[in-house]
Design a protein. Structure first.
Length: 552
């Protein structure tokens, strides 16, 4: 039997079906092909009608215009708020194609430039600033790419293709993932950079495990090695006496995966400073994973050895690469003498860090002012949300709202009702509520039932890097859409519990439960999709989605 007989009438029907079974196509191929198809599905939800609404929405007013002037002049420029005797808002004119009204002065920007350069790529490729599709292209692209990456991350963690595809499906249909991919803000770029860095560090962990196991095998064959018998209480050797080598094992701190992760985390920090927290959390977690693999391989003093043989050298590798990447993101600021505060040191002799060269002194002072802005921002906003509430999506952000004069699309069925078009940045509530519950239950499972299972801690590290640090800024002006950076780990928490159920309940119960949950999630996403994507709907239809007063 072979592929040449696939279409033969003489091949039995059962055999023809087997030829098309994924195992005949190869698990490695299917591990890429099916995630790519899932990404294509999620990409369709993001790219279809990407140019709607054709207007500057919410904080696009900062990032799109900054990206355009960076593309035109090399640096972000100030803009007037209104133009002409009619006081036409500059955002209205910009969306209409009048994109050359910027001022000569550099703008005080409070976020590093990488995210805006990413937006500028779309503007360069797709017709300039009068195209909403152009200024949203990059966010939609990285939002689609994140689906593929998350599938691969879940496959590496759980070694189960259906669970990996479930991860991609959940990210594909989540409302926060969709709206943040269809709006030109910065947070989607942080999400893709940190998710890719996480994937790289997982690849580094697998490489480390293989190296340590091979080294242990080689060391154990040396007659001069001294063995110490132990009986592990957890892990794959639980209940079996094994031997620990009385040696620290080889250094495993360096890999190109770790180098790429440091670059990606530098790019995340070069988009928003919140990337610093991810760098600290991920780097520390990666070192601890190295130490744990050292223990699992059979080496004594694994934690101490992991710190001095891997931890300190890792810092010497990752910190300069991360910092250098961040510094390089400001290249244009250094190149343009009229960039914001570029000449501050010359204009303020004797102030700041006086031993630094003038340009660096200006750069440091600029950063000090940015830090003051971010740590003291308490301007009230109608859609501000306490960071502690982000996982429950209790206060979504309204990006766009317009009452239409005619009745296009779905509004045609309700001629007597107001017709509105809205973009509400609200995650699928079932995904977020279920994911939050799975985090809590997963911790219990990992501590009590899956002792030594590092994968739940890999899920938690996303929350530690992307959500926990915001607890120190509960009085600061923040928004729920910032939580896009933890959405992949919300999904991975669901996958972790699905993997546990797969191994501990009957197959029929598992499949029916997971199928019912995914079906219900899909229906909720279908219900909310119009108000995530500015599809015109009757006012009563929009109101039916406001399940809680805090959502309005």
């Amino acid at each position: 039997m072979g592929f040449a007989n696939t279409n033969s009438k003489n091949t039995p029907a059962r055999d023809r079906r087997l030829l098309l079974h994924p195992r005949w196509l190869g698990p490695r191929l299917m591990g890429w092909l099916l995630p790519l198809l899932m990404a294509a599905f999620g990409g369709a939800l993001r790219f279809i009608r990407l140019g709607s609404p054709h207007a500057i929405v919410f904080d696009e007013t900062y990032y799109v215009k900054d990206a355009w002037t960076m593309l035109m002049t090399g640096e972000a420029r100030n803009w007037p708020k209104e133009i002409g005797p009619a006081n036409i808002p500059i955002d209205t004119l910009f969306a209409q194609g009048d994109t050359n009204q910027w001022l000569a002065t550099a703008e005080y920007v409070v976020h590093p430039p990488i995210g805006k350069w990413m937006i500028a790529i779309g503007l360069k490729l797709f017709g300039g600033a009068d195209s909403a599709f152009a200024w949203r292209f990059s966010t939609a692209l990285v939002g689609t790419l994140a689906i593929l990456v998350l599938c691969r991350v879940a496959l590496r963690l759980f070694h189960n293709l259906p669970i990996a595809l479930m991860a991609g499906f959940l990210l594909s249909v989540d409302g926060l993932g969709i709206t943040m991919s269809r709006t030109s803000l910065l947070d989607n770029f942080i999400m893709i950079f940190v998710l890719c860095a996480f994937a790289c560090l997982l690849a580094h962990r697998d490489r480390t495990a293989s190296r340590l196991q091979a080294a242990y095998l080689a060391d154990s064959q040396k007659r001069s090695a001294r063995f110490i018998p132990v009986t592990p209480r957890w892990g794959k050797h639980k209940g079996h006496t094994r031997f620990m080598l009385d040696s620290p094992g080889p250094a495993v701190f360096f890999s190109w995966w770790r180098v790429v992760a440091a670059v990606l985390l530098g790019l995340a920090t070069g988009t928003k400073w919140s990337g610093i927290y991810f760098f600290a959390a991920f780097a520390l977690f990666s070192v601890l994973l190295d130490a744990w693999e050292r223990h699992k391989a059979g080496y004594r003093m694994w934690l101490l050895s992991g710190i001095w043989k891997d931890g300190l050298p890792t810092a010497l590798v990752m910190v300069p690469i991360w910092a250098g990447t961040y510094l390089a993101s400001w290249t244009n600021w250094f190149m343009h003498s009229d960039s914001y505060m570029h000449n501050w040191a010359a204009e303020n002799p004797g102030e700041g860090i006086t031993w630094l060269p003038q340009t660096l002194r200006s750069f440091v002072e600029y950063h000090r002012q940015m830090w003051d802005f971010h740590t003291t921002l308490e301007t009230p906003h109608s859609y501000m949300a306490n960071p502690l509430t982000w996982p429950l999506q209790t206060r979504p952000t309204s990006f766009y709202w317009e009452e239409l004069n005619d009745h296009p699309g779905l509004c045609a069925i309700a001629q007597n009702s107001k017709c509105i078009s809205a973009v509400t940045s609200l995650g699928n509530p079932l995904i977020w509520w279920l994911g939050s519950a799975c985090v809590l239950v997963g911790i219990v499972v990992a501590v009590l039932l899956r002792k030594g299972d590092w994968r739940m801690w890999a899920v938690l590290i996303g929350f530690i890097g992307g959500w926990l640090p915001w607890a120190q800024y509960i009085h600061r002006t923040t928004f729920t859409f910032y939580s896009i950076v933890i959405l992949p780990w919300i999904v991975l928490a669901i996958c972790y519990m699905a993997d546990w159920l797969r191994q501990n309940v009957k197959a029929t119960v598992y499949r029916s439960s997971v199928g019912a949950a995914l079906g219900l999630i899909a229906l909720v996403s279908l219900f909310f999709y119009p108000i995530w994507t500015a599809i015109p709907v009757p006012y009563e239809f929009w109101l039916a989605h406001m399940w809680f007063p805090s959502w309005i």
